[in-house]
Unconditional design. Structure first.
Length: 65
């Protein structure tokens, strides 16, 4: 399953690395793609959407509704 989230607060490759690291540690995440412009995160796998949102928030970024 593929999920895409709009994310605020990412501005550099360090941000990309932080988000990827946080998400790749979740069970059920097969791959992560992060783009800065626009600020989006696409996750492939069976992870729950709420768990993905929580991991992004824990990394210091805001998921837009």
């Amino acid at each position: 399953m593929s999920m895409t989230f709009d994310v605020d607060g990412m501005s550099c490759q360090h941000c990309v690395a932080n988000v990827k690291k946080a998400l790749e540690s979740l069970d059920g995440v097969d791959s992560v793609e992060v783009t800065l412009d626009p600020g989006q995160v696409t996750v492939e796998g069976s992870a729950e959407a709420e768990a993905v949102k929580a991991a992004i928030a824990a990394a210091g970024y805001t998921v837009r509704a």
